[in-house]
Design a protein around this ligand. Structure first.
Ligand SMILES: NC(=O)c1ccc[n+]([C@@H]2O[C@H](COP(=O)([O-])OP(=O)(O)OC[C@H]3O[C@@H](n4cnc5c(N)ncnc54)[C@H](O)[C@@H]3O)[C@@H](O)[C@H]2O)c1
Length: 402
């Protein structure tokens, strides 16, 4: 029987806001966002007022001690995901965790803002990041709670449709190609490895990586009840905005103040059935956000354009005519032809993601984007950093769970 689900949300930044806005679009589930905890008291109070959330906690532990809370939604910087997820699981709470599950954020002894990833051995990072992902995996399974992994691409309508067409056609997937790129993150934490856990790969590529893994899991489950898992990875990373020719440009139309993180990466992933995926990310792409996934099968070719897509197209000779009307994420200008997103949260998959998470807790079932996906993405991404450093292919199999 379905039960009423009460959520405590942690965080008060950019993603906390779109989570709260997206919960308002969730239909057909019995739930409420009951409480908030954020580091900034002002921002948290403001969010509680804007979204009519009844409780505000002073400390995370207070939220965990509240017997009314069933699940915590972690919308906080990457380095905090696992420590808080482990505490929540130990307190018997279900966990909704934003992407990525975790990463490597420098030696524990390094004071904030001091450590640099330049020249730091990727082997050490890989081992530590996977060990951290293992901590979360073990805590969640031991506590018998559910971890829902915030990979919105799994829920983005174009990708949901691609998955349905894959199922309908029964095609084997031969090859996947995907990308998430734009002109650079707005967030300060993104500039440094110590706060972000890496550059474009960990912030952006995790989306197409997550979606590609999910589509291969689904293909395997349809065929014989077993997900098709990744086996090895190779990778190239670069700092394109550190090139002298870019530095010499008089005007910079993209973010270029990266401290020690890459602004480009491309992963080549091989699956246990021999199929491949090429998944790319970059912070050096102008003209809006590029989120797409193409699938080449034996019976069908499928192309999901998460963003931009042509559901709405606009032209104006003067961007001023559109005034403050929002068009789409990360465009530099409203002038000329543009591709306004009709409902960006919906196209990006956020409300359907949260609906699945709430439904998973309410009905006691697994979410589509789950703990295995969360863990695999960490192994693939940090395996990719190691592969790029070594110029070699890395065997992922010893590090995968279940
Ligand atoms: N799925 C997506 O498309 C998507 C998009 C953006 C961000 N995210 C994810 O959301 C998470 C948050 O990113 P963001 O863009 O909102 O960052 P942000 O910097 O805008 O907000 C982070 C929030 O965490 C709070 N915080 C920081 N340290 C804290 C502490 N010690 N205790 C309590 N709160 C603390 C900050 O005050 C802030 O409110 C990240 O994991 C990011 O990867 C996902």
């Amino acid at each position: 029987m379905a039960r009423h689900v009460r959520i405590g949300l942690v965080g008060s930044g950019f993603a906390a806001h779109f989570h709260l806005a997206s919960y308002e679009k969730v239909y057909g589930e019995d739930f409420e966002v009951l409480g908030l905890f954020g580091r900034s008291k002002d921002k948290t109070a403001h969010l509680a007022k804007e979204f009519e959330v009844p409780k505000v906690y002073e400390r995370f532990e207070e939220m965990l001690a509240d017997k009314e809370i069933d699940a915590v939604d972690l919308v906080i910087p990457n380095f905090m995901h696992v420590p808080l997820a482990v505490k929540a699981a130990q307190a018997g709470k279900h966990v909704f965790c934003e992407k990525p599950l975790t990463g490597y954020f420098g030696p524990a002894s390094a004071p904030a803002g001091t450590w640099t990833a330049k020249g730091f051995p990727r082997e050490e990072m890989f081992k530590a990041a996977v060990a951290e992902a293992d901590l979360a995996y073990d805590a969640v399974t031991k506590a018998g709670v559910t971890l829902c992994y915030g990979e919105n691409w799994v829920y983005a309508p174009p990708i949901v449709k691609v998955n349905r067409l894959l199922a309908a056609s029964g095609t084997p997937i031969l090859r996947i190609q995907g990308e998430e790129s734009h002109s650079g993150s707005h967030a300060q934490y993104a500039k440094r490895w110590q706060t972000a856990g890496g550059g474009s790969l960990i912030r952006l590529a995790v989306h197409p990586v997550g979606a590609a893994l999910y589509l291969k899991y689904e293909e395997g489950r349809r065929r014989n009840g077993k997900p098709i898992r990744p086996v090895s990875v190779s990778c190239e990373v670069a700092n394109l905005t550190w090139m002298k020719s870019f530095q010499d440009e008089p005007r910079k139309h993209m973010k270029s103040d990266w401290v020690d993180v890459e602004d480009y990466g491309s992963i080549l992933l091989t699956f246990e059935d021999g199929s491949t995926a090429q998944l790319t990310s970059s912070d050096t792409v102008m003209g809006g956000i590029y989120n797409y996934l193409h699938v080449w099968g034996a019976r069908a070719v499928l192309k999901a354009s998460v963003n931009p897509n042509t559901a709405c197209q606009a032209y104006t000779p003067d961007g001023g005519y559109f005034k403050d009307e929002y068009l789409v994420e990360k465009t530099e200008s409203k002038e000329g032809w543009s591709f306004p997103s009709p409902d960006e949260d919906m196209v990006t998959g956020y409300p359907d993601e949260l609906r699945d998470f709430v439904g998973a807790v309410s009905h006691g079932r697994a979410p589509k984007s789950d703990l295995m996906l969360a863990h695999d993405v960490v192994v693939v991404t940090y395996g990719a950093y190691l592969a790029a450093e070594k110029g070699a292919r890395i065997d992922l199999r010893p590090h995968l769970r279940k």
